[in-house]
Design a protein around this ligand. Structure first.
Ligand SMILES: Nc1ncnc2c1ncn2[C@@H]1O[C@H](COP(=O)(O)OP(=O)(O)OP(=O)(O)O)[C@@H](O)[C@H]1O
Ligand SMILES: [Mg+2]
Length: 330
């Protein structure tokens, strides 16, 4: 029986590879997807992508599918991006045969070409995003300088002039009243300005800020709570802020109240083609199987995880700590 990858399946995989362009995956997730498709298109048990440093001298990153290859059969193909080797795709352990065939190599070369285009596209997009952010910052700085700072500066001068009016209380009163009115107006303008920014860059950062504020809410616990986020993941998940923050709140609150930990870590990072939200502590741990039903927290975690399109995973080890996670599809 021939269990090798069929030509039709290979075509489908190449189409999928072409569609990666439209997927808007972050680069890390894209690279992992490429390795998975490589393993599939070559019918290999194990695949890896060695990403080279920009000078091409060393492997900067090594992404894999499968584990511990015995290395009986081997195939390697470079991925070029803008005419430079970005990295190398490796396949080992052909599933259906002793060795990889010319067809396998041909298919992998085609996949590598698609991968090169998708990587170039993704990098260009990430760069554009950063540029847009930088431009936004510059514009905001300029507008704040021109409007708010200038206004307040002028007001400061006027108040200073009021100091010379000590002999005329009614003039001072009039001066102060006009200043208060002006400062109120500046505050109103500033507030409107900040609101107007919301749908743009500020909204992108809102999830990140909410998670940091959340950690701040627990500061009085005396535990160290660190937050790590990936910019791109955070902007992609901006619409899910509420559920993400509530999931994290429930898990942090458990860590703070029950774990006796020194350190709590909250992270929202890319993982494969999804985002991984994780709250971990280095505390006493607990028996997960018998804990559900003791309070509402674990049930709330489940409801929030479902709203996020995943399910909660809780891992706990006595005197080592607890890891609460949910994978959120991007
Ligand atoms: N990070 C943790 N470290 C140690 N024990 C934990 C941790 N998280 C949960 N537990 C244990 O699991 C139990 C159930 O947690 P759950 O959040 O469902 O309830 P609760 O925190 O007791 O009450 P509630 O969340 O309703 O205020 C807790 O009572 C605690 O014993
Ligand atoms: Mg709880």
């Amino acid at each position: 029986m021939n269990v090798d990858v069929s030509p039709l399946r290979r075509q489908e995989i190449l189409v999928q590879a072409a569609l990666m362009l439209a997927s808007e995956l972050p680069l890390a997730a894209l690279l992992q997807r490429i390795v998975e498709l490589a393993a599939e298109i070559g019918g290999a048990r194990y695949a890896a992508l060695g990403v080279l440093s920009s000078d091409g001298e060393v492997i900067r990153e090594f992404l894999t599918v499968g584990v511990n290859p015995p290395m009986t059969s081997f195939l390697g193909v470079p991925i070029a991006v803008r005419g430079k080797v970005f990295g190398n795709l490796y396949l080992t352990e052909k599933i259906a045969a002793e060795e990889f065939t010319a067809e396998d190599e041909d298919a992998l070369v085609k996949l590598a070409a698609q991968a090169g285009i998708a990587i170039e596209f993704t990098r260009a997009q990430e760069m554009l995003r950063r540029l847009a952010l930088a431009e936004d910052r510059e514009r905001i700085a300029k507008e704040l300088h021109d409007d708010v700072i200038q206004s307040l500066f002028a007001e400061g001068m006027a108040l200073q002039a009021a100091l010379g009016m000590v002999n005329d209380p009614s003039a001072i009163t009039a001066r102060l009243e006009s200043s208060i009115e002006h400062i109120d107006r500046v505050i109103r303008d500033l507030r409107n300005y900040i609101f107007a920014l919301q749908p743009g860059a500020a909204a992108d950062r809102q999830l990140d800020r909410s998670l940091r504020d959340l950690a701040g809410d627990f500061a009085s616990s005396g535990m160290r709570i660190d937050v790590h986020t990936d910019d791109l993941v955070v902007s992609l998940l901006a619409g899910k802020t509420q559920d993400i923050v509530q999931f994290a709140r429930e898990a942090i609150s458990n860590a703070v109240r029950h774990s006796e930990a020194k350190q709590v870590n909250v992270s929202l990072l890319a993982s494969g083609d999804a985002a991984l939200l994780e709250v971990s502590d280095d505390g006493i741990g607990f028996d997960v199987e018998h804990a559900e039903g003791r309070g509402h927290g674990l049930a709330n975690l489940r409801a929030r995880a479902e709203a996020l399109g995943g399910e909660p995973e809780i891992e706990s080890q006595p005197n080592a700590g607890t890891w609460v996670r949910v994978r959120i599809p991007l």
